[in-house]
Ligand binder design. Structure first.
Ligand code: MN
Length: 262
């Protein structure tokens, strides 16, 4: 910002211009004091003392065949679909910490979905899968926490299921690991355990749509931008949590993410 300001010295306002656009000038003269300000949302970058600002959270649904089947759909026929979570659903969980995750309101069936998260440093429209990986800044372990009873209830009523997916704190995430240091995550074990018992276990190679393909599909629908996170879908054996449960999420090559449901 400061650099830009230096490059562009303030232009002298010509009187002729002001006469041409008196109405516009009047409007611009009104001060735009911010009366309600909202803190930006950041995810820390591992090891660097740096922060990544989050613009949007995209999530992909049913991206592992066995999970698509357990959710009652046919993975062979369905193209990928997407939904969004509110940015402030982010709950940063640092490695080596056991974060308290509040059990949300209204649900009696709150479920875990462990997912690889890709973070974008740039974006665009109609990005081809072959060019997609260059837009990725880094990766993290994430959880797409879901009020399953509300999600399915709304789905059955053919209503939007945001209430199932957008609970406060519903997007836990570990620190981002830069591609420059870790490479891309196209394979490797992904798992989640509850109270020491492995519940979800799979491999990133079992994704129906790779992260690069997700970026291609997403960018047909939206202009992707720096700051976007993509939760890339969960493997099978999602299930409910109870207060007091200890969740440990693992993706090979990233530090564990640990939560306690409170
Ligand atoms: Mn999910």
């Amino acid at each position: 910002m400061a650099k830009k300001a230096k490059k562009k010295p303030a232009r002298k306002k010509s009187k002729a211009k002001a006469v041409k656009r008196p109405a516009a000038k009047k409007t611009k003269a009104v001060s735009s004091k911010v009366v309600v300000s909202v803190p930006p949302i950041y995810v820390p970058v591992a090891g660097a003392g740096e922060q990544f600002q989050v613009r949007r959270i995209y999530c992909i649904g049913r991206n592992y065949a066995a999970h698509a089947r357990e959710m009652g759909s046919d993975p062979d026929r369905e193209p990928p679909f997407f939904f969004l979570k509110p940015t402030d659903a982010i709950q940063v969980v640092m490695p080596g910490k056991l974060a308290n995750h509040p059990y949300p309101s209204l649900t009696k069936n709150y479920q875990y979905e462990v997912e690889l998260v890709a973070a974008l440093k740039s974006g665009g429209k109609s990005i081809k899968a072959a060019d997609a990986l260059k837009h990725i800044y880094g990766y993290a372990v994430g959880l797409d926490m879901t009020r399953r009873d509300l999600q399915i209830g709304m789905r059955e009523q053919k209503k939007p299921w945001d209430i199932g997916k957008s609970a406060d704190h519903g997007a836990p995430i570990g620190p981002l690991h830069k591609v420059a240091q870790t490479g891309h995550f196209t394979k490797g074990a992904i798992s989640l355990s509850v109270n020491g018992e492995v519940k979800q276990t799979s491999d990133l190679t079992h994704m129906i749509w790779s992260v690069a393909e997700q970026i291609e599909k997403l960018s047909e629908a939206f202009e992707l931008k720096a700051g976007d996170l993509i939760y890339s879908g969960t493997p099978e054996n999602v299930g409910p949590v109870q207060k007091g449960d200890l969740l440990v999420c693992k993706i090979k090559g990233l530090p564990d993410l640990s939560l306690k449901i409170v």
